[in-house]
Write a protein of this length. Structure first.
Length: 518
């Protein structure tokens, strides 16, 4: 039995989002005919509750939950049951199926290009920002699960996860899905047929305490598998900013950092957004620039030790020795990095200062640095280089470095440092969100959890699962911090038990009750 408190919470979220009203208008642009027994609001409430209590969100389970697992009074209120003592359900399984199909058809139609040349084939279906109606529904439904009194500072972790289609690779059965690759166990990849779900998960600002705000997934974007990873994220960033929501930092993995600078890093930069990313192994190689050495987007002294030995950041499974060796070598390289003394001007030129002048190392070419503490590393100039004219960084007060130099690797913290690792570790929040979503003991988003196909139906169901996960995590956070200011975060009242009401006695009806003893 589902408590009235939980039903009211689900109703509050749907009403707060306002999507039911818009979807009703989309289904019935002109008021005519008899109203449907099942409203969009009641359907969405049922899906949210089914995600939490049934895990398998088949339409059969949605109908069964609506008509059997909530109180009669609330069934009457939501229109699931006919008035009158002993009256049966007003909503049939066929009506549940019809409503979802009608919603999918109208949303698909609303996002299709208008005109006489419409092409119904799958390759003509719109993608990206063209699906604005569907995306608006997803965005508003998840926005309704964000606590209104908590101000978000704008840092998001983004990632993509694979969601398999109910169709087993049959494109004629699920025309919107496609084949793609996903990461399996031990870093291996395998192929699957379905969709890619991109998530924007709120993360604490650098230096904030974990419990200062709940870590929730604010946005999702659903695309056919193997879609470009840049377009969905940039599109959603622009939608967030267009609503006046701050986007200050994006944490992303190598799927984004290896993209060309003009496709990703510079796009973030023009929007005033910082990136915190990991390096692709091929980006760890040093690159010369006007007598300097570029490492991980930062100019270094040309005589930086072990510049050629940079490797990928060791993963969680790496041995302690490998991690210690990497950190020691990386910390040494950081000492030889130039210090930025002026941000980019209108022409995209930055000013950087020699590490010896900055007091980080000692160098014979900078006599003043010889008075620095002896424990600082010393620049070792090879004999062959000693007879060559010194580069500008060794003679000038500062040097100019264009912002486009290794632009895709530029970030606030020195890559591989302890500060960078602390900042980048926050990306685990989005990985944890996906882990929770697919956990069989949580939202159970695995193949078969829904038995519908198509990007619209799949997107609506995934959004409901993410909304249910947000509500669950919000309640946990509220209980831990004792912050119940937002009503949807209120704790479940103590269960006081229930009493079964006597069924109406109908003479000759064998289901009226057990036979009386003579």
């Amino acid at each position: 039995m589902i408590s009235s408190h939980e039903v009211r919470r689900a109703v509050a979220v749907v009403q707060r989002s306002g999507v039911a009203t818009d979807l009703e208008a989309l289904l019935r642009p002109v008021e005519q005919g008899r109203p449907r027994a099942l409203t969009v609001e009641a359907f969405l409430v049922g899906v949210l509750l089914t995600v939490r209590y049934r895990k398998s969100v088949t339409l059969t389970n949605v109908h069964d939950l609506l008509t059997r697992e909530i109180s009669v009074s609330q069934q009457l209120e939501l229109g699931y049951r006919r008035p009158g003592w002993g009256a049966g359900p007003a909503v049939t399984l066929r009506q549940v199926r019809y409503l979802l199909s009608a919603l999918a058809a109208r949303l698909d139609e609303a996002d299709m290009p208008a005109g006489p040349d419409d092409d119904p084939e799958p390759e003509a279906r719109p993608t990206g920002s063209q699906r604005s109606t569907l995306q608006s529904i997803l965005d508003r439904l998840l926005a309704a699960t964000m606590p209104r009194h908590v101000v978000h500072h704008g840092a998001y972790a983004v990632d993509e996860t694979a969601v398999q289609s109910w169709s087993r690779g049959n494109a004629s059965f699920d025309a919107d899905a496609s084949w793609g690759y996903r990461t399996a166990n031990l870093g291996q990849t395998d192929n699957f047929f379905g969709y890619g779900v991109f998530a924007f998960t709120r993360v604490p600002a650098q230096g904030d305490q974990r419990d200062q705000a709940p870590v929730l997934t604010e946005r999702i974007v659903v695309r056919p598998a193997n879609a470009d990873v840049v377009e969905p994220v940039l599109t959603e960033i622009d939608l967030l900013r267009g609503e006046g929501r701050p986007v200050t930092e994006i944490l992303a993995d190598r799927a984004w950092s290896y993209k060309a600078a003009d496709r990703w890093a510079m796009e973030l930069r023009t929007r005033g957004i910082e990136q915190t990313v990991d390096l692709h192994p091929q980006d760890a190689r040093p690159q010369p620039l006007d007598g300097l050495v570029l490492l991980a987007g930062v100019p270094h002294c040309p005589f930086t030790p072990e510049a050629d030995s940079m490797t990928a950041f060791p993963g969680k499974s790496a041995s302690k020795k490998r991690k210690d060796d990497f950190r020691a070598a990386n910390d040494l390289r950081e000492q030889f990095a130039l210090r930025k003394v002026a941000n980019a001007d209108a022409a995209g030129r930055e000013r950087w200062q020699c590490p010896a002048v900055a007091g980080k190392v000692r160098c014979g070419r900078r006599p003043v640095s010889t008075f620095l503490p002896s424990e600082l590393p010393a620049v070792q100039v090879p004999a062959a280089a000693a007879v060559v004219a010194s580069p500008k960084c060794c003679t000038q007060k500062s040097v100019t470095v264009p912002v486009t130099a290794q632009a895709k690797l530029r970030q606030r913290h020195y890559w591989g440092s302890a500060a960078w690792e602390t900042a980048y570790r926050r990306r685990t929040y989005v990985e944890g969100a996906f882990g929770n979503l697919k956990n069989r003991n949580a939202e159970n988003v695995t193949r078969g959890w829904i038995q519908v196909v198509g990007i619209v139906k799949t997107s609506l169901m995934i959004a409901a699962a993410v909304a249910a996960a947000n509500l669950r995590l919000l309640r946990i956070w509220a209980a831990r911090t004792r912050d119940f200011e937002d009503p949807i975060a209120n704790a479940e009242p103590a269960f006081a038990g229930f009493e079964e009401l006597p069924a109406p006695v109908v003479e000759g009806d064998p289901s009226a009750g057990p036979p009386s003893t003579p």
